[in-house]
Design a protein around this ligand. Structure first.
Ligand SMILES: Cc1cc2nc3c(=O)[nH]c(=O)nc-3n(C[C@H](O)[C@H](O)[C@H](O)COP(=O)(O)OP(=O)(O)OC[C@H]3O[C@@H](n4cnc5c(N)ncnc54)[C@H](O)[C@@H]3O)c2cc1C
Length: 489
C-alpha cells in the first residue's frame, strides 16, 4: 500500500517527529529562536523513553524513588505548552514519501503533512537476541523493564536475573534494586570492561562516568553475582520462566557448556543493546551506513545533522545510540540548524553545541569500545524463533540466506521476516547478523530491505479511507519487491 498522494496536506514550517529528549530539545531551540513547530508523538504523554511518565491518573509523592528525574523531565516537557508549539500527542506517523510528505493517524483519522523542514527524533528500540526460551512469559527486554518501572511503577518479578551487554543492563539492574527486587545474577557478555584503557574518552563526561560507577557500586554492594564473559543460553518453565542457564561465551561468540549454571527466577531481563528506529530514513531512501558503535544502520548526517535529503534533519538515538545526554545535545543542534535554515542568526549557540557534541561523542565512542564484543553472541539454536511475529526459525533464515546468496530483500520476501506487526523492529538486526555470517558478507556491505508502510501499527479504521496505490514504483524494482509489498499490506 502507498499513501494516497491526492489529499490536501497540512504544511507546517517545521515538523518534529518524536517528543523524547531529542525532539523536546529541538523544539526548545526552535521556539527560543522564534520558530513555530509541530511536534508529533505516538504516546499519550511526551517524554520518550528516558522521560517516560506515569499515567496522569497516578499520584506520586515528591520523595518517591521513581520521581528521581522528574524536575528535569518537567523542565524538558514544558516546551510542549509553549505558544509556538503545536503538540499532537497519540499521533502515529506511518508513512513518508520520497516527496517529503508524511501520513499520520490521529484520533481514528489519517491525514498528510508536508513540512518545509523535518527533524526525525524517533529514538530506538530494544535489540532482540533470541535464545531457546526467549519467548516465554517473564522474559523481558531491558528497555521494556525500564518502561514498566517508569511508565507503570511495576516490576517484572521478585527474583530477577539479567543478561546482556552494555550500560543499559546496569541501568535496568540499578532501577530494579531501587524498586526492592532481588537480583539473582547478572551475565554481562563482555569478558572485561577495560574502563582504564578508555579513560581518556570516558573522562570527556565525568558526570556520566560517575553515574556509571555509582550504579556498579550499588550492584556490588547489594552482593549481586556479576558474571562477565557469560550469556543466557536457555530459559525454561511451565507457562512462565522458572529457570535460566548462564554459560561462558567463547571468543567466537558461542556459549560453552562447561561452566554453565542454572538459576531459579521468576523473570529474566535481557539487554543486548538498542537499535536506532530508522523506519523513515529507510522509507524515504536516505543515504545510510552501518556502524556497530551507533547500533546498526543509521542515516548519514552532516555537521549540521542534516541527512542526505535537504531539509530533513536527524537527532538522538534514531540516528545512533548515545543515551539521553547526547540525544538532548543533538536535538538542540538540529533545532539550531533548522532555525539557521529559516534565516535566524544562531552562530554562537551552534558553536557551543558543536563543542559539547564533540565531547559527548568522544564519551560515547569510549563507552562503546569498553563494552565491545569481539563478535556478537550467538545464542539461537536451529529451531529457535528469530522472528516472533511471523514464527520464523534460525534454520529457515539460514537456508534462505544461502538460497538467495545473501540478498537480504529476497530473504525477507521468502521468509516473511520483518513483515509482521513489528515491521522488523525486533528481528531485522538479528536476521542481518544471520545473513552476514551465513554468506560471509560484512554487515557494512549488506543492504537492508526497504521499509514499507505502515511504519508503526495503526488502527485498521485509519486505513479504511486510504486509496490502495500501486505496490511499488515501476521500474526501480524487481518482482520480489512487488510480492513483498503486497504481502505486507
Ligand atoms: C524501551 C526503552 C527504554 C529506555 N529506558 C531508558 C532509561 O530508563 N534510562 C536511560 O538512561 N535510557 C533509556 N533508554 C535509552 C533511550 O533511548 C535514551 O536515553 C533517550 O530516551 C533517547 O532519546 P530520543 O529522544 O532520541 O528517543 P526517545 O526517547 O526514544 O523518543 C522518541 C520518541 O519518538 C516517538 N516516535 C518514534 N517513531 C514515531 C512515529 N512513527 N510516530 C510518532 N512518534 C514516533 C517514540 O514513541 C518516542 O516517544 C531506553 C530506550 C528504550 C528503547
Amino acid at each position: 500500500m502507498t499513501a494516497a498522494p491526492s489529499r490536501i496536506a497540512i504544511e507546517p514550517d517545521v515538523l518534529i517527529v518524536g517528543a523524547g529528549p531529542a525532539g523536546l530539545a529541538a523544539a526548545r531551540a526552535l521556539v527560543d529562536a522564534g520558530v513555530p513547530v509541530l511536534v508529533c508523538d505516538d504516546n499519550d504523554q511526551g517524554g520518550g523513553q528516558y522521560f517516560r511518565q506515569l499515567p496522569a491518573s497516578f499520584s506520586v509523592c515528591a520523595t518517591s524513588r521513581l520521581y528521581r528525574d522528574q524536575p528535569r523531565a518537567l523542565q524538558a516537557l514544558s516546551v510542549l505548552k509553549h505558544p509556538l508549539v503545536t503538540y499532537w500527542k497519540s499521533t502515529t506517523l506511518w508513512s513518508a514519501g520520497a516527496d517529503g510528505e508524511f501520513a499520520y493517524s490521529r484520533e481514528g483519522m489519517t491525514g498528510r503533512l508536508k513540512p518545509r523542514q523535518v527533524i526525525l527524533a524517533t529514538g530506538a528500540h530494544d535489540k532482540a537476541s533470541p535464545f531457546p526460551g526467549w519467548t516465554l512469559p517473564g522474559v523481558i527486554s531491558a528497555g521494556g523493564c525500564l518502561n514498566l518501572i517508569k511508565g507503570q511503577g511495576i516490576v517484572p518479578g521478585r527474583r530477577v536475573a539479567l543478561a546482556g551487554n552494555g550500560p543499559l543492563l546496569l541501568v535496568a539492574a540499578y532501577s530494579l534494586l531501587r524498586a526492592g527486587v532481588k537480583i539473582v545474577a547478572i551475565a554481562e557478555a563482555a569478558r572485561t570492561i577495560p574502563m582504564l584503557r578508555h579513560a581518556p574518552g570516558l573522562l570527556a563526561s565525568p558526570a556520566l562516568l560517575l553515574l556509571g560507577m555509582k550504579y556498579r557500586m550499588a550492584i556490588l554492594a547489594a552482593g549481586v553475582k556479576l558474571l562477565t564473559g557469560h550469556a543466557v543460553t536457555q530459559a525454561t518453565g511451565d507457562r512462565h520462566v522458572e529457570q535460566i542457564v548462564f554459560a561462558p561465551v567463547g571468543a567466537d561468540g558461542m556459549p560453552r557448556e562447561a561452566g554453565a549454571r542454572t538459576f531459579e527466577v521468576d523473570s529474566l531481563v535481557t539487554g543486548y543493546g538498542l537499535s536506532p528506529s530508522t523506519e523513515f530514513a529507510r522509507m524515504m531512501g536516505l543515504d545510510m551506513h552501518f556502524d556497530r558503535v551507533l547500533g546498526g544502520w543509521v542515516p548519514q548526517r552532516s555537521q549540521e545533522l542534516e541527512t542526505s535529503r535537504a531539509g530533513v534533519f536527524g537527532a538522538g538515538d534514531g540516528c545512533g545510540i548515545g543515551g539521553v545526554e547526547l540525544a538532548t545535545l543533538e536535538g538542540t543542534r538540529a533545532g539550531l540548524s533548522v532555525a539557521r535554515r529559516l534565516g535566524f542568526r544562531i552562530d554562537t549557540q551552534a558553536r557551543e553545541a558543536d563543542a559539547a557534541l564533540a565531547r559527548m561523542n568522544k564519551f560515547r565512542r569510549a563507552l562503546a569500545a569498553a563494552y565491545l564484543l569481539p563478535t556478537e553472541v550467538q545464542l539461537a539454536t536451529a529451531d529457535t524463533l528469530v522472528c516472533r511475529c511471523e514464527n520464523v526459525t534460525l534454520a529457515r533464515v539460514q537456508a534462505a540466506a544461502r538460497e538467495f546468496n545473501g540478498d537480504f530483500t529476497r530473504v525477507k520476501s521468502a521468509t516473511r521476516i520483518a513483515m509482521g506487526s513489528c515491521q522488523g523492529r525486533n528481528c531485522l538486526g538479528t536476521c542481518a547478523g544471520i545473513v552476514s555470517r551465513e554468506c560471509a558478507i560484512s554487515l557494512e556491505s549488506l543492504v537492508p530491505p526497504r521499509m514499507r508502510p505502515p511504519a508503526r501499527p495503526i488502527p485498521l479504521s485509519s486505513l479504511l479511507a486510504e486509496t490502495l496505490g500501486p505496490a511499488h514504483e515501476p521500474g526501480i524494482d524487481d518482482g520480489v519487491r512487488r510480492e513483498e509489498s503486497t504481502l505486507s499490506t
